[in-house]
Design a protein around this ligand. Sequence first.
Ligand code: ARG
Ligand code: ZN
Length: 465
Amino acid sequence: RRGVALLTALVSVLACSPADAPPPVGGSMLADHNAGAPGIGDPDFPRDGNGGYDVSHYDLAVDYTPSSRRLDGVATIRAAATQELSSFNLDLSGLDVREVTVDDSPARFARQGDELTVRPARTIGDDTSFTVKVTYSGLPQPAKHNANLGTYGFIPTSDGAFVASEPNGSKTWFPSNDHPADKATFDFTITVPAGVTVLANGEQAGQPATAEGKTTYRWRERHPMATYLATVTLGAFQLRQGSTAAGIPNLAATDPKFKDSLDALYTSSGEITDYWSTVFGPYPFSSTGGVIDDYPAGYALENQTKPLYGGFNPDESIIAHELAHQWFGNSLTIKRWKDLWLNEGFATYAEWLWAEHKGGKSADAMFNDLLKRPETDPIWQYPPGRAKPDDLFNQSVYTRGGMTLHALRKAVGDATFFDLLKTWTAEHRYGYVTTEQFVDLAERMSGKDLNALFDAWLFQPKRPA
Ligand code: ARG
Ligand code: ZN
């Protein structure tokens, strides 16, 4: 019986076509009892990430040529099975897969939509570590299917690439478990035509080496990182390197079009990183900085250690926002996208704290002004504690999310509130978080029942009384 099932499964692998219709949720194209699920279990994004394993490390070797836009990659992924696995999925959008091995043995594979299904030669035991290596190539296409999200993922530019993948664009350039609930460390070995600069997460490992007109850069992110924060931004850049007053390595990079902003980016990023370290607790990563590229994304992204600003000159407010995400979002990572206010509400509140710190408008004045918005204002209709999958980055998630924190601060007092922020970042450093955990901690630390407050601010489609 098992033999027949296996044979049927193999036939269905071979018969698999790159059909437009995604396979049914919860099932797999492989008729297979021990198949890893095609999604990690986020009900709002049922096909994002995958089930059955946890990635611990991505080793990405990528060769990219801006003139042809061709990418050649080898992704070596270390993972541990969380169930017996006769097959498992990775997320990959577009690109051609040439070969897949599992623990150095050739594996069968099939593509359907953005799912790459891998069937290793031998079933992987529960709780067993394995290494999957995917050799792939092609012309990466960014994701741009949703007005609210704009264009994201690996975005080719005239001189290189702009790489910003929130929420699920890492699959546009490497096979991954593309959901924040599976963080991992990263090594990047990126080869480009000589003269192109490569900016990835973390720190450079050794000097770039040039041979035969190509330069190879090595970067390394040693702290766990969500896939959407992984970047290899490529192009012509001016760099300024040093360290913050408190001693954190700092790297700013600007496209030539923004060279006049290099010093301000460097200085503000350093000053703000140091200040947040006093307010939110120790900086979680090994370096800080920022990158301004000339691609007009219309947004910035808090790429780990290297926030990326898309085609504009960032003011201190947005730098404060992206650097606050290093704590809220990057070190403490949401398990489900519905809790996005834990990232964006906190980063927005950080903008107000920065203004207050600099002697500008106080957070309280900001809160009071926003509260004057009429009942019909869209932020009152959209409850920020439950980000909607088709409107994830709604302004309410940012602004009303930030207001929620101010309402909390007023209810518990400054001493408890700022103690809470530091306890929150300490208790979940490098981990995963949910709204329930934050509410529980706020109640525990204040000794107050805060249910009504959080319910009114996060979950009701109306302006809190
Ligand atoms: N997290 C980013 C911020 O700090 C927003 C990213 C938006 N992503 C997108 N694909 N538009 O505001
Ligand atoms: Zn943000």
